[in-house]
Design a protein around this ligand. Structure first.
Ligand SMILES: [Zn+2]
Ligand SMILES: [Zn+2]
Length: 164
């Protein structure tokens, strides 16, 4: 397990009502669908002490490797997600644990980054995709496939219905 997302929150815990800002940076191994988190993941987090633990509010930024869902070309994007998570000494299903005076932000940041990954991401708004017949990437040019061929099943159906 990576330790770069761990923080000692003993000072904040000891002073209810106090707050402290931290920055954590590290690498996360995480993937979802066609997306893989790569490069450094960074988060700026405000830790606030409450009677039951620590509220961590912040922004996480990560580089994500994606595959265009239309033309299958690899590309990269940056995701940025705001979050609020509660860490408690007596964790519930809705909170993360505090281990002594240490919190580990990694599971929370992993969830946030993966939920921020775009679904069916398209590498450019005007991506032309692949030819359904020959598979050529139509962003690189026009193929020789005859588009009228593609419509022929419908033309035949039309003949059928219009027939005697
Ligand atoms: Zn594309
Ligand atoms: Zn084609």
């Amino acid at each position: 397990m990576s330790s770069s997302f761990r923080a000692d929150v003993g000072d904040v815990l000891a002073n209810p009502g106090s707050r402290r800002e931290i920055t954590v940076t590290g690498t996360l191994e995480a993937a979802r669908d066609l997306a893989t988190v790569e490069g450094p993941v960074a988060a700026e987090v405000l830790l606030e002490s409450t009677p039951s633990g620590i509220v961590a509010t912040g922004v996480v930024t990560a580089q994500v490797a994606l595959i265009c869902s239309r033309c299958l070309v690899p590309w990269a994007d940056e995701v940025r997600e705001r979050f609020t998570h509660v860490f408690s000494l007596d964790p519930t299903p809705d909170t993360f644990p505090i281990d002594g005076s240490i919190i580990d932000l990694e599971p929370a940041l992993r969830d946030e980054v993966l939920s921020a990954v775009p679904v069916n991401a398209i590498h450019a708004p005007d991506c032309r995709g692949l030819c359904g017949t020959c598979g050529m990437n139509l962003n690189n040019g026009v193929c020789d496939c005859d588009e009228t061929e593609l419509s022929s099943p419908f033309a035949e159906l039309k003949d059928l219905f219009d027939g005697p």
